[in-house]
Design a protein around this ligand. Sequence first.
Ligand code: NAD
Length: 246
Amino acid sequence: MTGRLANKRILISGAGQGIGRASAELFAAEGAHVIATDCNAQPLGELKGRDGIEIASLDVTDDNAIAALAEQIPPVDVLFNCAGYVHQGNILDCPMDEWDRSFGINVRAIFQMVQGFLPGMLASGGGSIINMASVVSSIKGVPERCAYGASKAAVVGLTKSIAADYVRMGIRCNALCPGTVDTPSLADRIAALGDPETVKKDFERRQPMGRLGTTGEIATAALYFASDDSAFVTGTVFVIDGGMGL
Ligand code: NAD
C-alpha cells in the first residue's frame, strides 16, 4: 500500500458523519487501515466494505466498551478522538445534565480512549494522538457555548498534558481547533434555530472569510498530524478556522 499513511492503523471516533467520516475516507485513500467507530449504526454502516476501512460500533461514553475494543484489536498507530457534542446555551440556561453530557462526550471520553489505546501505542513503539477541540475553547469565547467552550478548553489542556508526559516515549499529541464547519450536525442545529437561511448566514458572518469550513479542509489538517510529516510536532493547538479566532 502506498500513500502518506501507508502501513498505519488509525482508529477514529465519531466517524459516522462530518469531520470524522471525511477523515476516515481521506486516511484510507492515503493507505491507512482505518477502524471507523461511532455509536450511530446507520451512518457508520455506509462505510462498511470500503477499501481500507473496518467499522466497529463504539459509544465513547461507555468505559467498558472502550476497554473491550482496545483489548480486541491490535494496537493502533494513530488515535483520532473526533466524536463531540454541542450544547447551545449560556451559563444560566445550561442544565447540569447538559454540562455533564458535554464534558462526558468531549473530555471524559478522550481521557478514557487514551487510557484504553495508549498502552498499545507505547508497547508498539509510539504513535500520534489527535484530539478534536475547537477555536471555541481557551482560544475564543462565543455567545451561547458555555459548556461547549469550557469542555473544548479542557481538551486543549488534556492534549498538552499528554504531550508533555509522553514526548520522550514516541507519542505525539496535538489538538485541532476548527471554526464553523459545514457538517450534518451543524445543519441540524441551524434547522432547530428557526429560519435556516438567516441562521446559516449568521454562522457565515461569524467567519471573517465569509464562508464555513469544509469537512475535507479539517480532514486534511488531521492527515498532517496522523502522518510522519508532523513527526517533530507535539502539544500544538492547531487553529483552522477561516480567521474566526482573530
Ligand atoms: P457531527 O456532529 O456531524 O457528527 C459527530 C459524530 O459523532 C456523529 O456520527 C455521532 O454519531 C458521533 N457521536 C456523537 N456522540 C457519540 C458518542 N457518545 N460515541 C460515539 N460517537 C458519537 O460531527 P462534526 O460537526 O464533524 O464534529 C466532529 C467534531 O468536531 C466534534 O468533536 C465537534 O465538536 C468538532 N468541531 C466541529 C465544528 C463544526 O462546526 N462542525 C467546529 C469545531 C469543532
